[in-house]
Design a protein around this ligand. Structure first.
Ligand code: SF4
Length: 225
């Protein structure tokens, strides 16, 4: 592998300068902010996204709202409160909730909080449509509980029903890995996440990273080909 190729494989996780944030250090040679990769021209890319952020429209509105909330409430508001502040800043009135069946209680509480803060909510559960998993070709042995109707998670229908409900902002509450990806792909309204599901770590997936040096050493064990 040439030095150029080796350098092009480096990315932000390999950087210990993080100079892009406050420009009080230096940009490493492979820096994605100052070094173009392949045919791409990083300066042109930066100019292009600056145009998107400065032209009136939903992207600019969301970018300004997100930056203002970060600045105003840094380390002060919970995620629940930040979502409400963001919704209000982008003028969202109707909040869609794409919820996991296992977190329906949390969704009920969140709906009450939204109502208390003057926001309408409309929630769709993951099992909506009640389609048995085998109807789309999932093998019976993959069912969590054998020998009974077991509906598949249905993120595409969740998105379509929230699109029909004309929600202004959709919030993910604990959708499974991959189901969240399908939901985001099919959602018309912008999507943010309140709860990231982790059945083992109490919906705190970061805990596996924090403990990868001891409890979750297995995560860093190299997989044998
Ligand atoms: S953009 Fe550049 S300075 Fe920022 S983290 Fe990535 S490599 Fe480091």
């Amino acid at each position: 592998m040439s030095d150029q190729q080796a350098s092009e494989r480096l990315s932000c996780a390999d950087c210990h300068q993080l100079n892009c944030y406050r420009r009080d250090k230096r940009f490493p040679d492979f820096c994605l902010t100052v070094t173009s990769r392949g045919d791409a021209d990083i300066d042109a890319e930066i100019a292009k996204v600056k145009t998107i952020y400065t032209e009136e429209g939903p992207d600019r509105q969301m970018a300004l709202a997100a930056a203002e909330i970060e600045g105003l409430y840094y380390g002060k508001l919970t995620r629940v409160e930040e979502i409400i502040a963001f919704a209000k800043r982008i003028g969202a009135k109707k909040i869609g909730i794409a919820t996991c069946i296992g977190l329906i209680e949390e969704t009920r509480v969140f709906s009450k909080i939204l109502a208390a803060k003057g926001l309408e909510s409309y929630s769709v559960i993951c099992k909506v449509g009640s389609i048995d998993k085998t109807e789309i070709g999932v093998l019976p042995e993959y069912k969590v509980q054998q020998g009974c109707h077991e509906s598949l998670c249905n993120p595409i229908l969740q998105a379509r029903l929230l699109n029909q409900a004309a929600t202004d902002l959709n919030v993910i509450v604990g959708l499974c890995v991959g189901h969240d990806s399908l939901f985001i792909k099919h959602s018309d309204a912008p999507v943010t996440t309140l709860i990231t599901k982790d059945r083992v770590l109490g919906h705190n997936p970061a805990a596996a990273l924090y403990t990868s040096g001891f409890y979750y050493k297995r995560l860093l064990q190299e997989e044998k080909e």
